[in-house]
Write a protein that binds this ligand. Sequence first.
Ligand code: GDP
Ligand code: CA
Length: 342
Amino acid sequence: MSSNFPAGQSPESPSITVLSGGMGGARFLQGLLHGLRSGLLPFAPDTTVNVVANTADDLWVHGLKVCPDLDTVMYTLGDGIDPERGWGRREETWSVKEELATYGVEPTWFGLGDRDIATHLVRTQMLEAGYSLSAVTEALCQRWRPDVRLLPMTDDRVETHVAIGDAEAPSGKRVVHFQEYWVKLRAEVPAEALVFVGLDQSAPAPGVVEAITSAALVIVPPSNPVVSVGTILGVPGIREALLDTAAPVVGLSPIVGSTHVRGMAEQMLTAIGVEVSAAGVAGHYGARTQGGVLDGWLVDDQDHEQVERIRAGGVACRAVPLMMTSPEATAAMAVAAVDLVR
Ligand code: GDP
Ligand code: CA
């Protein structure tokens, strides 16, 4: 089976569509593909998996267009990821970064490795030659063969910005790019508000709406509900596609106990006033029967006491182990997700 379809062209057989952020989404996809390709799921082993990836973390740095979530998915599934860091290339070297720091060029906090820079150079050159981000992503995937059809949520520029307190600023506030909040400030200061620049005016990339409406199953993986899945749902037309699709939509909680497993979902949920719990996120996404996006929601075993409350909100729910400790454990999560909404 071809590992990548041209943007906008749909495969004929049933497909599965996943709305993904970076690390959480990529790990889930690894397990889903493991389960699917080894016949553990009630789908043909060669079923196409479409991935609609968040692009609101994207940034321009040192003149290069960097797409962290697209690259995390592409490198993880293409076996090029650094497994310890969970982002960037394995066997990476940092000569360019060191040279830039010696010149005193900002930002010094955003680390681009030498191998990784090649990806950003290809992307930037193609964008500047007039290709869309979807076309560029497809070209990059010709090398990485991620075994999914990887689609950016939009070809338009969208950026998540975070308002933080700043005693020295006249307004007492300062707005930073999401990457600065996460990488430089390590999400250690409270996020007072989130601004999704350009999101309202963006359009789904070619193939995105169709990937949702023509899928046999849509999965919301344990990605950040605010700055990964939230931004995907914020692209005008995507939420509507989820309401329209005949496919069941099932999600897996990124909150276990009362916090995220890794990342900063807790800070982001707090910033938008959503309870930091599996049930809180389920309520935030909402039941599809009531205009939300979910038919089913898996919570971790340790949150089993929230199951009834989630069911009462109109969403099918079960508690199962939700720690993505290996592709096998993650495949079992995918099997449970399918089972819940079948
Ligand atoms: P990012 O773009 O790299 O931040 O990645 P995502 O948005 O795709 O995923 C981040 C989310 O994954 C975090 O909110 C974590 O809580 C969640 N996550 C990471 N590992 C696990 C895991 O093993 N189990 C569960 N349930 N969630 C996880
Ligand atoms: Ca991300």
